[in-house]
Design a protein around this ligand. Structure first.
Ligand code: PMP
Length: 352
């Protein structure tokens, strides 16, 4: 019944996953693999977070709370009095936002090269995806971006941006918001690794959504928990459009505990900043300045696939950036891992 498959899913494409460390270990006969392809936190979550998750699992015979009040209170304690929605990862939040505002044929704007899921989720909803290329240094021209937003339903701006690592100055975001009434989804997955706080913008604009995830600095990628600051008028519509019980009870309990673990955030941020500097000085290729927990490396004259395949020979998984629309095939993206992983990577890239 192949004819039942929608044309957007009938060919190539889709989300690009990191190679399996187990498969590489088996193939290369290497016992420990350096996992530097997915911008995760290399450190496991704190013990209190694990205990909260286990306690919730003991009651997993029950559905999660429809509106988890303690978790919402923890978000308000952490950030202040904002409206929040939660989701199955920030991916879940992105999907809900698109489902809430996009009709088939509507325009959705993205700033390329960037995280792929905005385009995939918009396509799934039947949107027309408009790509606005970034400048040569990967900064965003606010005038050009806002111009493309005219008449669009929602625009996605990632800051710090995946895969380039650079952040948009607050003033740039403000200029975009001033110039358009299109909804702007500002993806702050990596914001805790930067010095920028975009939250005050939420007070000034009712067209802004700021997405956050616990997959990065909070060490909970495997649990799938994301949330967003949303304008109060939009919250009830998002809740109506969202999948019922999208966030499982274990993730809610662990996320609530994780929000209280400031020490874990601080330690991770310090580790990332220290290694980010070392990467810039020690890697024998141009490294782009980064505000995130990864760096983009220009490996020309090698292509991304070739460089990553050669590193994989040494048990190091990094992300070839060949599949990112809007990026020439000469880059790899490398996450900051544990000390031994970073040391192995530095030894490996020096040999390329
Ligand atoms: N936004 C960006 C920029 C990302 O890089 C990622 C994941 N790599 C996500 C969103 C998705 O986050 P989550 O794991 O919370 O779905």
């Amino acid at each position: 019944m192949r004819r039942s498959v929608r044309s957007c899913y009938d060919g190539e494409g889709g989300y690009v996953f990191a190679e399996s460390p187990d498969a590489i270990a088996r193939k290369k006969g290497i016992s420990q693999i350096a996992r530097l392809a997915s911008n995760e936190n290399p450190f496991p979550p704190p013990e209190t977070v694990i205990e909260a998750g286990v306690a919730a699992l003991r009651q997993a015979n029950r559905y999660p709370e429809a509106s988890p009040e303690r978790l919402m209170a923890a978000l308000r304690r952490c950030h202040g009095e904002y409206s929040f929605i939660i989701g199955n990862g920030m991916d879940g939040v992105i999907e809900t936002v698109i489902r809430t505002v996009v009709d088939p044929g509507d325009r959705v704007v993205i700033s390329t090269p960037t995280f792929s899921f905005y385009g995939l989720a918009a396509t799934a909803q039947g949107a027309r995806v408009v790509q606005v290329p970034r400048e040569a240094d990967f900064s965003v021209d606010p005038g050009r971006f806002a111009e493309a937003c005219r008449g669009a339903k929602v625009a996605f701006l990632c800051s710090p941006n995946n895969p380039t690592g650079n952040a948009c100055p607050i003033e740039t975001v403000r200029e975009i918001l001033d110039a358009t009434d299109c909804l702007l989804f500002l993806d702050n997955a990596y914001v805790e690794f930067s010095d920028i706080d975009y939250r005050p913008l939420m007070r000034d604009y009712d067209t802004l959504i700021e997405g956050r995830t616990m997959s990065k600095i909070y060490s909970l990628a495997g649990l799938r928990f994301g949330y967003a600051f949303v304008p109060p008028w939009l919250a009830p519509h998002l809740n109506r459009a969202g999948t019922p019980f999208a966030v499982n009870a274990v993730a809610c309990a662990a996320a609530e505990a994780a929000l209280g673990e400031a020490g874990h955030i601080e330690r991770t941020a310090t580790h990332v900043r220290r290694w980010r500097e070392r990467f810039v000085s020690a890697i024998p290729f141009p490294v782009l300045p980064s505000d995130a927990n990864f760096v983009l490396i220009d490996v020309a004259p090698l292509g991304g696939d070739e460089a990553s395949a050669r590193l994989a020979e040494q048990g190091i998984i990094v992300r070839s950036c060949r599949s990112f629309p809007g990026l020439e095939d000469r880059y790899i993206r490398v996450s900051i891992g544990e000390d031994w992983e970073n040391e192995r990577f530095l030894a490996g890239i020096t040999q390329l």
